[in-house]
Design a protein around this ligand. Structure first.
Ligand code: HEC
Ligand code: HEC
Length: 223
Protein backbone atom coordinates (compact mmCIF):
# COMPACT_ATOMS: atom_id res chain seq x y z
CA UNK A 1 0.00 0.00 0.00
CA UNK A 2 3.02 2.35 0.20
CA UNK A 3 2.51 3.38 -3.42
CA UNK A 4 -1.05 4.43 -2.79
CA UNK A 5 0.06 6.67 0.05
CA UNK A 6 2.67 8.24 -2.25
CA UNK A 7 0.07 9.28 -4.83
CA UNK A 8 -2.61 10.24 -2.36
CA UNK A 9 -5.74 8.15 -2.19
CA UNK A 10 -8.06 10.94 -1.00
CA UNK A 11 -7.29 12.85 -4.22
CA UNK A 12 -7.96 9.80 -6.36
CA UNK A 13 -11.15 8.96 -4.55
CA UNK A 14 -12.45 12.49 -5.01
CA UNK A 15 -12.06 12.18 -8.79
CA UNK A 16 -13.51 8.73 -8.93
CA UNK A 17 -16.57 9.77 -6.98
CA UNK A 18 -17.16 12.65 -9.36
CA UNK A 19 -16.71 10.84 -12.62
CA UNK A 20 -17.49 7.23 -11.96
CA UNK A 21 -21.17 7.29 -11.19
CA UNK A 22 -21.28 3.50 -11.42
CA UNK A 23 -19.45 3.18 -8.11
CA UNK A 24 -20.49 4.73 -4.84
CA UNK A 25 -17.72 5.94 -2.50
CA UNK A 26 -18.75 3.31 -0.01
CA UNK A 27 -18.51 0.52 -2.55
CA UNK A 28 -15.12 1.75 -3.69
CA UNK A 29 -13.79 2.01 -0.15
CA UNK A 30 -14.70 -1.61 0.32
CA UNK A 31 -13.01 -2.64 -2.90
CA UNK A 32 -9.90 -0.77 -1.94
CA UNK A 33 -9.95 -2.25 1.51
CA UNK A 34 -10.09 1.19 3.17
CA UNK A 35 -12.95 0.74 5.62
CA UNK A 36 -12.17 4.05 7.33
CA UNK A 37 -13.47 5.89 4.27
CA UNK A 38 -16.95 4.47 4.40
CA UNK A 39 -19.20 2.49 6.67
CA UNK A 40 -20.64 -0.22 4.50
CA UNK A 41 -22.28 -3.57 4.74
CA UNK A 42 -19.48 -6.13 4.35
CA UNK A 43 -21.84 -8.48 2.55
CA UNK A 44 -21.95 -6.24 -0.55
CA UNK A 45 -18.53 -7.24 -1.85
CA UNK A 46 -16.55 -10.38 -1.25
CA UNK A 47 -12.79 -10.48 -1.84
CA UNK A 48 -11.97 -12.39 -5.04
CA UNK A 49 -9.86 -15.52 -4.58
CA UNK A 50 -6.49 -14.91 -6.23
CA UNK A 51 -4.13 -17.69 -7.22
CA UNK A 52 -0.61 -17.28 -5.82
CA UNK A 53 0.91 -16.87 -9.31
CA UNK A 54 -0.62 -13.41 -9.87
CA UNK A 55 2.19 -10.80 -9.55
CA UNK A 56 1.64 -8.49 -6.57
CA UNK A 57 2.14 -5.52 -8.89
CA UNK A 58 -0.94 -6.26 -10.98
CA UNK A 59 -3.02 -7.01 -7.90
CA UNK A 60 -2.86 -3.21 -7.34
CA UNK A 61 -5.07 -2.89 -10.41
CA UNK A 62 -7.75 -5.42 -9.44
CA UNK A 63 -9.74 -3.26 -6.99
CA UNK A 64 -10.81 -1.04 -9.90
CA UNK A 65 -10.27 -3.17 -13.02
CA UNK A 66 -11.62 -6.38 -11.52
CA UNK A 67 -9.92 -9.70 -10.82
CA UNK A 68 -7.52 -10.59 -13.70
CA UNK A 69 -8.51 -7.28 -15.35
CA UNK A 70 -12.09 -8.36 -15.99
CA UNK A 71 -13.91 -5.25 -14.86
CA UNK A 72 -17.27 -5.54 -13.15
CA UNK A 73 -18.00 -1.82 -13.43
CA UNK A 74 -19.30 -0.26 -16.68
CA UNK A 75 -17.33 2.87 -15.78
CA UNK A 76 -13.95 1.14 -15.79
CA UNK A 77 -12.48 -0.66 -18.80
CA UNK A 78 -11.59 -4.34 -18.79
CA UNK A 79 -7.90 -4.92 -19.40
CA UNK A 80 -7.92 -8.70 -19.84
CA UNK A 81 -6.78 -9.66 -23.33
CA UNK A 82 -6.00 -6.12 -24.59
CA UNK A 83 -2.98 -6.21 -26.94
CA UNK A 84 0.41 -5.95 -25.24
CA UNK A 85 1.61 -3.11 -27.49
CA UNK A 86 -1.52 -1.10 -26.82
CA UNK A 87 -1.31 -1.61 -23.05
CA UNK A 88 2.30 -0.45 -23.02
CA UNK A 89 1.62 2.60 -25.14
CA UNK A 90 -1.48 3.71 -23.25
CA UNK A 91 0.18 3.26 -19.84
CA UNK A 92 3.16 5.32 -21.04
CA UNK A 93 0.80 8.00 -22.35
CA UNK A 94 -0.93 8.20 -18.99
CA UNK A 95 2.43 8.49 -17.27
CA UNK A 96 3.66 11.28 -19.54
CA UNK A 97 0.35 13.12 -19.53
CA UNK A 98 -0.27 12.42 -23.23
CA UNK A 99 -3.67 10.89 -22.62
CA UNK A 100 -6.44 12.54 -20.65
CA UNK A 101 -7.62 10.59 -17.60
CA UNK A 102 -9.33 11.10 -14.28
CA UNK A 103 -7.31 8.52 -12.38
CA UNK A 104 -4.65 6.78 -14.43
CA UNK A 105 -2.33 9.73 -15.11
CA UNK A 106 -1.73 10.31 -11.45
CA UNK A 107 -1.56 6.61 -10.64
CA UNK A 108 1.05 5.80 -13.29
CA UNK A 109 3.49 8.35 -11.85
CA UNK A 110 4.28 5.72 -9.24
CA UNK A 111 5.40 3.03 -11.70
CA UNK A 112 8.57 2.47 -13.73
CA UNK A 113 8.99 1.43 -17.37
CA UNK A 114 9.90 -2.11 -16.24
CA UNK A 115 6.73 -2.32 -14.18
CA UNK A 116 4.66 -1.17 -17.17
CA UNK A 117 6.08 -4.11 -19.12
CA UNK A 118 5.09 -6.56 -16.37
CA UNK A 119 1.54 -5.12 -16.33
CA UNK A 120 1.23 -5.27 -20.14
CA UNK A 121 2.53 -8.87 -20.21
CA UNK A 122 0.12 -9.97 -17.53
CA UNK A 123 -3.09 -8.37 -18.80
CA UNK A 124 -2.47 -9.21 -22.47
CA UNK A 125 -2.13 -12.85 -21.38
CA UNK A 126 -5.65 -13.02 -19.83
CA UNK A 127 -8.72 -13.95 -21.85
CA UNK A 128 -10.64 -11.08 -23.43
CA UNK A 129 -13.98 -10.46 -21.72
CA UNK A 130 -17.18 -9.83 -23.69
CA UNK A 131 -19.54 -8.01 -21.35
CA UNK A 132 -23.23 -8.76 -21.58
CA UNK A 133 -24.94 -5.42 -22.11
CA UNK A 134 -28.35 -4.03 -23.04
CA UNK A 135 -28.36 -2.71 -26.58
CA UNK A 136 -30.89 -1.34 -29.06
CA UNK A 137 -30.75 -3.56 -32.15
CA UNK A 138 -31.63 -0.76 -34.58
CA UNK A 139 -28.75 1.36 -33.32
CA UNK A 140 -26.42 -1.65 -33.25
CA UNK A 141 -27.32 -2.47 -36.89
CA UNK A 142 -26.54 1.05 -37.99
CA UNK A 143 -23.35 0.96 -35.90
CA UNK A 144 -22.18 -2.16 -37.75
CA UNK A 145 -22.25 -0.29 -41.08
CA UNK A 146 -20.61 2.80 -39.62
CA UNK A 147 -17.87 0.70 -38.03
CA UNK A 148 -17.03 -0.80 -41.45
CA UNK A 149 -16.94 2.60 -43.03
CA UNK A 150 -15.02 4.56 -40.41
CA UNK A 151 -13.32 2.39 -37.81
CA UNK A 152 -12.73 -1.23 -38.84
CA UNK A 153 -9.50 -0.64 -40.77
CA UNK A 154 -7.67 -0.04 -37.49
CA UNK A 155 -9.90 -1.46 -34.73
CA UNK A 156 -10.82 -4.73 -36.48
CA UNK A 157 -13.81 -6.81 -35.35
CA UNK A 158 -14.31 -10.17 -33.60
CA UNK A 159 -13.13 -11.99 -36.75
CA UNK A 160 -10.37 -9.61 -37.88
CA UNK A 161 -8.16 -8.56 -34.98
CA UNK A 162 -7.19 -4.93 -34.40
CA UNK A 163 -3.88 -3.56 -35.73
CA UNK A 164 -0.93 -3.86 -33.34
CA UNK A 165 -1.13 -1.00 -30.86
CA UNK A 166 -4.87 -0.39 -31.39
CA UNK A 167 -7.44 -1.44 -28.76
CA UNK A 168 -10.32 -3.74 -29.76
CA UNK A 169 -13.70 -2.12 -29.02
CA UNK A 170 -16.19 -5.02 -29.27
CA UNK A 171 -17.37 -6.19 -25.86
CA UNK A 172 -15.76 -3.31 -23.90
CA UNK A 173 -18.10 -1.56 -21.43
CA UNK A 174 -20.39 0.88 -23.28
CA UNK A 175 -20.25 3.57 -20.57
CA UNK A 176 -16.46 3.56 -20.68
CA UNK A 177 -16.45 3.79 -24.50
CA UNK A 178 -19.05 6.58 -24.46
CA UNK A 179 -16.96 8.73 -22.08
CA UNK A 180 -13.70 7.97 -23.80
CA UNK A 181 -15.14 8.83 -27.20
CA UNK A 182 -16.45 12.09 -25.81
CA UNK A 183 -12.93 12.91 -24.59
CA UNK A 184 -11.68 12.53 -28.19
CA UNK A 185 -14.65 14.34 -29.74
CA UNK A 186 -14.36 17.42 -27.54
CA UNK A 187 -10.58 17.43 -28.07
CA UNK A 188 -9.53 16.86 -24.42
CA UNK A 189 -7.78 13.81 -25.79
CA UNK A 190 -5.91 14.03 -29.11
CA UNK A 191 -5.33 10.31 -29.70
CA UNK A 192 -4.46 9.05 -33.19
CA UNK A 193 -4.42 11.80 -35.83
CA UNK A 194 -6.12 9.74 -38.54
CA UNK A 195 -8.77 8.60 -36.10
CA UNK A 196 -9.48 12.23 -35.14
CA UNK A 197 -10.24 12.91 -38.83
CA UNK A 198 -12.59 9.92 -39.04
CA UNK A 199 -14.37 10.92 -35.85
CA UNK A 200 -15.01 14.48 -36.98
CA UNK A 201 -16.29 13.19 -40.37
CA UNK A 202 -18.54 10.77 -38.54
CA UNK A 203 -19.94 13.48 -36.30
CA UNK A 204 -20.46 15.90 -39.20
CA UNK A 205 -22.20 13.39 -41.46
CA UNK A 206 -23.99 11.10 -38.99
CA UNK A 207 -24.50 13.33 -35.93
CA UNK A 208 -24.44 12.24 -32.27
CA UNK A 209 -26.77 9.32 -33.07
CA UNK A 210 -24.06 7.92 -35.35
CA UNK A 211 -21.65 7.89 -32.41
CA UNK A 212 -24.26 6.28 -30.14
CA UNK A 213 -24.95 3.64 -32.83
CA UNK A 214 -21.32 2.58 -32.79
CA UNK A 215 -21.40 2.24 -29.00
CA UNK A 216 -24.44 -0.06 -29.21
CA UNK A 217 -22.74 -2.12 -31.89
CA UNK A 218 -19.62 -2.55 -29.71
CA UNK A 219 -21.83 -3.37 -26.70
CA UNK A 220 -23.57 -6.09 -28.69
CA UNK A 221 -20.16 -7.59 -29.48
CA UNK A 222 -21.17 -9.15 -32.81
CA UNK A 223 -19.39 -8.87 -36.12
C1 HEC B 1 -8.65 3.81 -8.57
C2 HEC B 1 -9.13 3.01 -9.67
C3 HEC B 1 -8.08 2.47 -10.64
C4 HEC B 1 -6.95 1.74 -10.34
C5 HEC B 1 -6.38 1.32 -8.99
C6 HEC B 1 -6.35 1.41 -11.63
N1 HEC B 1 -7.10 1.93 -12.65
FE1 HEC B 1 -6.67 1.79 -14.65
N2 HEC B 1 -8.30 2.93 -15.09
C7 HEC B 1 -9.15 3.49 -14.15
C8 HEC B 1 -10.06 4.41 -14.83
C9 HEC B 1 -11.17 5.22 -14.17
C10 HEC B 1 -9.72 4.38 -16.19
C11 HEC B 1 -10.28 5.25 -17.33
C12 HEC B 1 -9.29 6.40 -17.54
C13 HEC B 1 -9.35 7.43 -16.40
O1 HEC B 1 -10.31 8.21 -16.36
O2 HEC B 1 -8.42 7.44 -15.55
C14 HEC B 1 -8.62 3.41 -16.33
C15 HEC B 1 -8.03 3.08 -17.55
C16 HEC B 1 -6.99 2.18 -17.68
C17 HEC B 1 -6.44 1.72 -18.94
C18 HEC B 1 -6.92 2.10 -20.34
C19 HEC B 1 -7.70 0.92 -20.92
C20 HEC B 1 -8.14 1.17 -22.33
O3 HEC B 1 -9.04 0.46 -22.79
O4 HEC B 1 -7.58 2.06 -22.99
C21 HEC B 1 -5.41 0.89 -18.65
C22 HEC B 1 -4.52 0.15 -19.63
C23 HEC B 1 -5.32 0.80 -17.20
N3 HEC B 1 -6.30 1.59 -16.64
C24 HEC B 1 -4.39 0.03 -16.52
C25 HEC B 1 -4.29 -0.04 -15.13
C26 HEC B 1 -3.26 -0.77 -14.44
C27 HEC B 1 -2.18 -1.60 -15.13
C28 HEC B 1 -3.48 -0.60 -13.10
C29 HEC B 1 -2.68 -1.14 -11.93
C30 HEC B 1 -1.36 -0.55 -11.78
C31 HEC B 1 -4.65 0.26 -12.96
N4 HEC B 1 -5.11 0.59 -14.22
C32 HEC B 1 -5.18 0.67 -11.75
C33 HEC B 1 -9.17 3.24 -12.79
C34 HEC B 1 -8.16 2.59 -12.09
C1 HEC C 1 -6.12 5.16 -38.19
C2 HEC C 1 -6.49 4.14 -37.22
C3 HEC C 1 -7.75 4.37 -36.42
C4 HEC C 1 -9.03 4.61 -36.88
C5 HEC C 1 -9.50 4.73 -38.33
C6 HEC C 1 -9.88 4.69 -35.72
N1 HEC C 1 -9.14 4.52 -34.58
FE1 HEC C 1 -9.83 4.55 -32.68
N2 HEC C 1 -7.94 4.33 -31.95
C7 HEC C 1 -6.81 4.22 -32.73
C8 HEC C 1 -5.64 4.22 -31.87
C9 HEC C 1 -4.18 4.11 -32.32
C10 HEC C 1 -6.13 4.33 -30.54
C11 HEC C 1 -5.32 4.47 -29.24
C12 HEC C 1 -5.14 5.96 -29.10
C13 HEC C 1 -4.75 6.44 -27.75
O1 HEC C 1 -3.91 5.80 -27.09
O2 HEC C 1 -5.31 7.49 -27.31
C14 HEC C 1 -7.58 4.39 -30.64
C15 HEC C 1 -8.42 4.48 -29.53
C16 HEC C 1 -9.81 4.48 -29.61
C17 HEC C 1 -10.69 4.45 -28.45
C18 HEC C 1 -10.28 4.32 -27.01
C19 HEC C 1 -10.45 2.85 -26.63
C20 HEC C 1 -10.04 2.51 -25.23
O3 HEC C 1 -10.04 1.30 -24.92
O4 HEC C 1 -9.71 3.42 -24.45
C21 HEC C 1 -11.97 4.49 -28.93
C22 HEC C 1 -13.26 4.47 -28.11
C23 HEC C 1 -11.88 4.57 -30.38
N3 HEC C 1 -10.55 4.55 -30.75
C24 HEC C 1 -12.96 4.63 -31.22
C25 HEC C 1 -12.87 4.74 -32.61
C26 HEC C 1 -14.02 4.88 -33.46
C27 HEC C 1 -15.46 4.91 -33.00
C28 HEC C 1 -13.55 4.95 -34.75
C29 HEC C 1 -14.35 5.13 -36.02
C30 HEC C 1 -15.20 6.30 -36.07
C31 HEC C 1 -12.09 4.88 -34.69
N4 HEC C 1 -11.72 4.75 -33.36
C32 HEC C 1 -11.25 4.91 -35.77
C33 HEC C 1 -6.76 4.12 -34.12
C34 HEC C 1 -7.83 4.32 -34.96
Amino acid sequence: MTRYHQIGWPYLLHHIRQRLTGLSGCFLSLLLNLPALGHCDDSIVSEPELPAAVPVLVQHCFPCHGPYGQSGSPAIPSLAGLPRDYLQSVLRSYRHGGRFSTVMGRLMQAYSEGEIEIMADYFSGQSYTLHKQQTDWRLADRGRLLHRQYCRDCHGDPVNPADAGVPPLHGQWMDYLRWTLRDYLVGINQGDEEMAGKLSNLLRKQGPEGVESLIHYYGKAIQ
